[in-house]
Each structure stands twice: as C-alpha cells, then as structure tokens.
Design a protein around this ligand. Structure first.
Ligand SMILES: NC(=O)C[C@H](N)C(=O)O
Length: 652
C-alpha cells in the first residue's frame, strides 16, 4: 500500500474501532461504489474535523444528487408590513432544522459538508428505496415573486441547469405559483434533448408557517428528481407530478392549485410514488442536452369575447407583434358573421404574424367541426390542438426566435408536437394491449382479463424479455415488444435496461435504435452502473462514442475513482482500454489513490507507448467541466445580484 494511502488508513485507524477498520479495508479492496461512506469521501476523511467525533456509516446505499434552484415565490416568503415578500438567505438554515428535509447525523457521519465543500448542501433521510438524496441549494439574488419574472429569468434558470447538468441527477426549481405554468412551459421548449428530470415546485403557504404545503411539495419533488429518470420539465404540486407544459394554475386559495386538464399526471405520490411510465415523454435523440435561451418577446395572448371590436384586434396585431395566441370559444370557434374581424386576422397572417388557435375551455381540443371554426383556418390561423395558452405562448416565443428557419418552417414547427405539449393525432394509435398474442396466451392461462392485470403482466414480463432480446441484438423482437405497448426503457429486477445490455454487448445499431425510442443514457442499474460504464468495461469504442454524443458522462464519483483505474491500465500498457477511458471523458491527469498519475506509472514501468498516448491525451485543464460548488469558485456580484461560477482546474 502506498504511503499516502497508508497515512490515511492510519488516521482512520485512530478514529475507528478495530472491527470498523476491517470493514473499511474490505470495502477498499472492492472499491465499492455503493458504500454509504464513499471511497473518495473516505480518502478525504482524515482532514475532516467532524470525523473525529462521529462514527462513520459503512452500510450500502446509493446517493443521488439534486440541484435546487431557489428563484423565489411564496414558499420562501415572510410577512413584512402585512404583505408577503421573499426572504433572502433564510431557506437553507430553516431546512437544516427540519428532520424530514435534512439528516444532520448522516451529514456529519459522512463528512458531507467537507466532501461537497458547500454549506448549502443538505441530505434527505434514507428513502424507502434505500437511496440518499443529497441536494445543493442555489439561491437567486434577488428572490422574486413570480409575477415579477420575465423571459430573462427563464434564460437564467436554463443556463444554470445547462452549466450544472453533468454534476446532478436531477433539478428542482423553487418558483412562485402565479407564473409557474409559464416558466415550466418555456423551459420545456428551451431544454433541448433533455435526459434528466427538471421539476418546478413551490407552495401556497410559506414553509416557515406551521401549516404549509411547502415541505411536502419540496420533499416530493426531491424524491422524484433523485430517484427516477423522468426526462421532462415537470411541475410537482399537491402529491402529483405533471408535465410542465400541460398545467395551468386553477386555484389561488387551495393547496391543490394546479390542473393538467388534457393529460393525466406523470406520477402520483401517495403511499408509494407511482410513475405512469407510459405517459412519460422522451426526447428520442442521439444529441447532447442544450438550452436555447433565445426567446422572441413580440408575442401575445388575445382572448375573444362577444362584441370585441375589429379595432381592438387590429391594434393588437400591429408590428412588432410576430406571434399571437388567440383564445377562441369552445372547440376553436370565432364568429363567422364578422367579416371585419376576420379580415384583420387574415391581414395579419398574410403579413407573416403566426396566430395560434387555442380554446378558452380548460379541457378539450380545437377542431374544425363547426363553420365558426373553419373560418379561422381560412384566415390563416394554426390549430393549437389541446395546448394550454401558456404552452402555446412560450412555444411561439421559442420557435419565432429560431434564426435559421423561414416562416413556413416555423409554422410547421408550431403545428407539431415538440415536447408532449399537445396530443398526437390518434389516427396512428398503437395496438391495444389485448391485441398481443403473447399477452393473450399468458392472460388465458392465468384466467385474467381486466386491463390493469394485463398491464401488470406486461410490465413484469417485458423488461427481462427486452433485455434478453438486447443481449442477442434482436431488434425485431424488441419491435414486437414495443407494439405490445411495452416500455423498452424500463429496467429488469436489477435495474438493467435494454440499453445497458446492448451497450455491454456492443450492439451499436441496437443502441442507436433504443436511443431513438427515448432510452435514457442516465439509467443506473443496482450497482450504480450506467450504459456508458458498461460500454467502457467491455471495450466497445463505437458505442462509447455514440453514448457520449448523446450526452452520457461519468458521474462525479466515477471520475474521482478513474485515476486508480487509469494507473492500473497504464501499468499493464493497455492502450486499447486507455483510449476507451479517454473517449468516455475520463480525465487522463487524474491521480490514482497514491497521488501518482497514469503517465508517471507508465513511465516508471517502462511502458513507453502508454506514456506517449497519455502525454498526447493529457490536458492542462480538467476536460469535464463541473458546475459543482466544489469545482467552481463562486463570485457573488453584489451589484447585479448575479451569482457567477467560474471554472478552475480540479485536483484532489
Ligand atoms: N403561491 C405563490 O407562490 C404566489 C406568489 N405570488 C408567486 O407567484 O410568487
């Protein structure tokens, strides 16, 4: 054992009783990534002051990381002069005192603050699934009542998510409820090729009050963001997770403030958290996540009412207006006996203004069943289907800002379903579950017929079948399973998804196929491994490249541990494996457990080809930029109120 490690072990020995030391040594031998006291965290223990006083935990459990961005809203407000206003720098301290939202003992036992280097780090008690959710709070300055928010604030949230994307498993945005549906809709479009959960939440009563909904809402949002790879911008409120671009605020005086009239919730948090996986929208992409902050502000909402004058409509549609959501009656109707009004609409669309036809009704869709609806199509309006006005408006803002598209392409985009914001045409509906011969046979032998039971059978049987098909690269079998309505992104009993298996076997075409179906590169099996880890382990270079292109990355802990693995590969001169680790995004400068880098090890044992390779692939700066509080210097610019993060090279 190298000296520095020996020193660490010696200090551990001083702090621990002998039996516990045995445990830690045993874990070190296996480099267990599932030990609660993480190997990398153990490495840093000797300098953690609290470690001397608290017994570390060594039982197995996985940790997930969530970034909470606090933008303001009632959840963090207090009364001043009889009115509610956001209170700065109060939330973290208050949460720290709430045992359901922070486990101080665990934080101390695992040297949490020391490891993450931030006072804004908190940790939830152990979840039912044996998971710890560690969360950091990034508080905006100033905190805003959401009525004060603009598109610039949406851009700021988007950019903070983009910057921190690789360092976290999920994101929670604390936000006022008044305009939360607008922000959720806008973010859903701005976040392109999203692969991780982004969940907006807030409350109707401040979290500092005795009876409030803030605690439950925050807890539910954290539990979902940390435990389920739902690659959507969502809104969590009153025990329900909704698709963000489907919600609208319907009640100012109830905890049950939001409704998603045209789409059932993605998840319900009752005795158990149940995810409705069939409803989850997936990006179906092999492109990396990015946030588009270009938004066009020359858009507006116009609500029809009986007797509206043509002059009002004309004034509203004047330049610089470029996009309008016309809120029409019923299933998309407007008076067909008002040529003056229709003429103004037609003039505007002829001059290039995009006008979306959305209904004023809470539930239902725009159709052409009435003459009063058809006149709007003749006037050049685009049917908005069952989109909410909030979604239609932010979609217009997003689409109109696309510089590389002409007007027709923008109109086409507006009529397409981009992020699950509108229901797809039902003409091509998938096969009914009972159409599947396979399910029929099983259902018959088990004498069952009800839909719920059929679905339960399908959901229990198809993940292992899909994994078996993935193992032999059988796309046809996967197609057949898909037609049964099976979700090919779900994991088997070990949490292994078909993508894990295809990546392990190196079936490039199959990996491509699964990614196009929306399989997530962020799925972790019970050992904490992602498809990228599998592809690296089994040396499938092309698969590694494709997964990286899709946005797959090593976790912070994997990157920490990579140094030791690289040193061992360098010692044996294993160029093929070194190349794959480099392609997978490992930092070739990362030192191993004893502080030596791979190139030093290769040099010491005379593996000169490895030395040459490593020298070529080493870079002065850490290639993977974390938006992590550890790896970034935080500059709190008082004047602008903007917190900036600048990258600095990482090191042990
Ligand atoms: N419940 C709330 O959060 C309402 C508050 N006015 C806001 O939107 O910021």
């Amino acid at each position: 054992m190298a000296d520095s490690t020996f020193d660490n072990m010696t200090s551990l020995a001083r702090a621990l009783s002998q039996p516990k030391l045995d445990l830690i040594e045993a874990n070190d031998v296996h480099l267990s990534r599932n030990a609660q006291l993480h190997p990398c965290r153990r490495r840093k223990l000797s300098s953690c002051s609290s470690f001397e006083h608290v017994e570390p935990i060594t039982s197995p459990c996985a940790e997930a990381r969530v970034l909470v961005i606090n933008t303001g809203g009632t959840i963090g407000m207090t009364l001043h002069d009889d009115v509610l206003a956001p209170k700065a720098n109060a939330l973290v301290n208050s949460l720290r005192k709430l045992p359901i939202l922070h486990d101080e003992l665990y934080a101390q036992q695992t040297c949490l603050y020391h490891y993450y280097g931030s006072d804004n780090t908190l940790v939830l008690p152990l979840s039912k699934n044996n998971k710890r959710i560690v969360y950091n709070i990034l508080e905006y300055n100033p905190l805003l009542d959401s009525s004060n928010m603009t598109t610039d604030d949406w851009g700021r949230i988007g950019k903070d998510i983009e910057r921190n994307y690789e360092s976290y498993d999920g994101f929670v945005i604390l936000h006022g409820t008044d305009t939360m549906a607008y922000t959720a809709s806008a973010l859903s479009f701005m976040c392109e090729h999203l692969g991780k959960p982004i969940i907006l939440t807030g409350s109707q009563v401040p979290i500092y009050e005795m009876r409030n909904d803030g605690r439950d809402n925050l807890l539910g949002a954290l539990l979902i963001a940390g435990q389920f790879v739902i690659p959507e911008v969502c809104l969590y409120f009153y025990n329900k997770l909704y698709r963000g671009n489907r919600v609208t605020k319907v009640d100012a005086g109830s905890f049950n403030a939001f409704s998603s009239p045209n789409l059932p919730p993605l998840a319900t948090a009752e005795v158990d958290i149940t995810i409705n996986w069939d409803t989850v929208w997936r990006a179906n992409t092999t492109t990396k996540f990015q946030v588009s902050t270009d938004l066009n502000r020359n858009v507006g909402l116009l609500r029809l009412f009986p007797g509206i004058t043509a002059d009002t409509v004309k004034a509203f549609l004047q330049p610089p207006m470029e996009g309008v959501v016309l809120e029409t009656y019923g299933s998309g109707n407007a008076p067909d006996n008002r040529p003056d009004l229709l003429e103004q609409l037609k003039r505007a669309t002829d001059s290039g203004v995009i006008i979306m036809n959305c209904t004023q009704c809470l539930r239902g869709t725009v159709s052409t069943s009435y003459a009063t609806g058809k006149v709007l199509i003749d006037a050049g309006l685009i049917a908005g289907g069952d989109m909410t006005p909030e979604a239609a408006l932010s979609k217009l803002s997003y689409v109109l800002a696309k510089k590389n598209l002409d007007l027709n392409a923008k109109k086409k985009m507006m009529s397409q379903n981009l992020r699950g914001e509108m229901s797809a045409d039902l003409a091509g509906a998938k096969l009914c579950l009972t159409d599947s011969r396979f399910i029929q046979v099983i259902a018959k032998s088990l004498s069952i017929s009800c839909k719920e039971e059929l679905e339960a059978i399908r959901d229990a049987l198809t993940p292992p079948l899909a994994c078996a098909a993935a193992k032999i690269g059988d796309i046809e079998a996967l197609e057949a399973l898909k037609e049964m309505g099976s979700n090919l992104c779900l994991g088997d009993y070990d949490g292994r998804t078909p993508l894990h298996v295809a990546a392990s076997e190196g079936h490039l075409k199959l990996v491509q196929y699964l990614l196009r179906l929306g399989a997530t590169v962020y799925a972790k099996d019970r050992y904490g491994d992602t498809p990228l880890c599998n592809a690296v382990r089994f040396r499938h270079k092309e698969v590694v490249k494709l997964l990286r292109q899709t946005g797959a990355h090593f976790s912070r802990d994997e990157l920490e541990e990579a140094g030791t693995e690289l040193c061992s590969l360098a010692a044996s001169g294993d160029l093929e494996a070194l190349e794959i680790w480099s392609l997978a995004g490992a930092d070739m400068n990362k030192p191993g457990y004893d502080g030596h880098t791979a190139v030093q090890v290769a040099q010491a044992v005379g593996k000169m080809e490895a030395v040459a390779f490593l020298a070529k692939h080493m870079n002065n700066k850490h290639k993977t930029v974390f938006g992590d509080f550890n790896e970034y210097d935080q500059n709190d610019d008082d004047e602008s109120g903007v917190i900036e993060f600048t990258a600095r090279p990482s090191g042990l």
